[in-house]
Design a protein around this ligand. Structure first.
Ligand SMILES: [Zn+2]
Length: 392
């Protein structure tokens, strides 16, 4: 997440490192307070929606039911190669912090392709290799979609764009400006990590020509080949977040809206938990956004962390429970001193993680705890931050 800076609560004792620029309290980039230098957010596929429910969500330009692969004229000068004619979705493991943490997706429809999520600049060779494997020309990539601007989602956008001559980045309006001018955000992150560590984590993030960045309003749609992709703004995890509805594949790309489902932790029954990392967590909005995904009509959710899932009801129920707990912890933390608040929240999250794991028959081992450490720490920080805002 993010730029954990607080524009209006620079109170002694609760302030960590807040190098974000004033007047941009939601820079949304994925840096952590100094105590997490060396740790960072771990990061995290897809065909017919129920006509009724998708109609309620897909209303933008080109919205409504997709043309089902018909009627879409080939666009631009996209090179039609063998293997480009089918509709498909490819999951790419970005190997961010190891395998199974962060995915990007390659979506192909007709003779056009799109990436959903870019991960970091270090993942770009993996994304381009996926194109090569699929026999898709770089010129055929029309869209690069980032669900939000946390660095494990959008950090690779500028490097990826440089390799894709016809691609336009699609982003939430609150995210787009940081893609066009990432200078303050990069500076902020470098102030936390140091330039060398930042480069190691994220590589070089360059400004993207504004002409190649398109902001999408809530429920707006674009075409990909013969398919329609529709965007729904979803607050709760980040204020600059949208999800992508893909009716032609009965899928929804959820970014961080539908929790974290790490493959390594699916050894019992389903095991999901949310990301409440700083700075934008909002329990009510998170509940609502989870329901937007669950009732979207999609049969599959493609999570950035990690992969396709089909049991949307099960995951949603687990997430709602976590969000309820998170909201109550924020409430309980308001009267506490900042350090005490974060410690109290962390302890409660640890306990709930054990309980939730046990409930689904998952025995957490040392490696699991190591895997969970960063998310638990970030989630506690995010909740403590919301409490600090309420404290005033
Ligand atoms: Zn995020």
């Amino acid at each position: 997440m993010n730029c954990a800076m607080r524009s209006s609560s620079n109170r002694p004792g609760q302030d960590r490192q807040r190098p974000c620029p004033p007047r941009q309290p939601r820079c949304g980039f994925n840096w952590r307070p100094g105590s997490f230098v060396g740790l960072f957010e771990k990061l995290r596929t897809a065909q017919f929606f129920n006509p009724g429910s998708s109609a309620s969500l897909v209303r933008g330009r080109g919205g409504g039911q997709p043309p089902a692969g018909t009627g879409a004229a080939p666009r631009r000068d996209a090179a039609r190669l063998p293997g480009m004619s089918s509709s498909r979705l490819v999951t790419i493991d970005c190997d961010y912090l190891g395998p199974g943490f962060a995915a990007a997706y390659l979506r192909v429809e007709g003779d056009e392709a799109a990436f959903v999520e870019t991960n970091t600049t270090h993942a770009v060779p993996r994304l381009l290799a996926a194109l090569d494997r699929e026999g898709i020309a770089r010129e055929a990539v029309r869209w690069v979609i980032v669900t939000h601007v946390h660095l494990d989602h959008a950090g690779g956008a500028s490097a990826l764009l440089a390799a894709l001559p016809n691609a336009t980045v699609l982003a939430h309006p609150r995210a787009a400006r940081h893609l066009v001018d990432p200078s303050k955000l990069v500076k902020s992150a470098e102030a936390v990590y140091g330039a060398a560590r930042f480069a190691e984590l994220y590589g070089t993030i360059l400004p993207i020509d504004a002409a190649r960045v398109r902001s999408l309003e809530d429920r707006e749609s674009v075409l990909l080949g013969g398919a329609t992709l529709s965007f729904v703004h979803t607050r709760g995890h980040a204020n600059h977040h949208f999800i992508v509805l893909d009716p032609a594949r009965e899928a929804v790309f959820t970014g961080d809206t539908f929790g974290l489902v790490y493959p390594h932790l699916q050894r019992g029954r389903r095991f999901a938990f949310p990301s409440t990392s700083p700075t934008d967590f909002d329990a009510e909005a998170a509940h609502a956004s989870i329901e937007v995904v669950r009732t979207s009509g999609a049969r599959r959710a493609a999570l950035t962390h990690f992969g396709e899932i089909e049991d949307l009801d099960v995951v949603a129920a687990q997430l709602h429970r976590w969000i309820d707990l998170s909201a109550s912890l924020v409430e309980a933390a308001v009267p506490l001193a900042p350090a005490e608040a974060e410690a109290m929240i962390r302890k409660a999250l640890d306990k709930e993680m054990e309980r939730a794991a046990e409930e689904v028959g998952l025995a957490l081992d040392a490696r699991d705890h190591e895997l969970l450490e960063l998310d638990l720490a970030l989630n506690a920080q995010g909740l403590a931050y919301v409490a600090s805002k309420r404290r005033g």
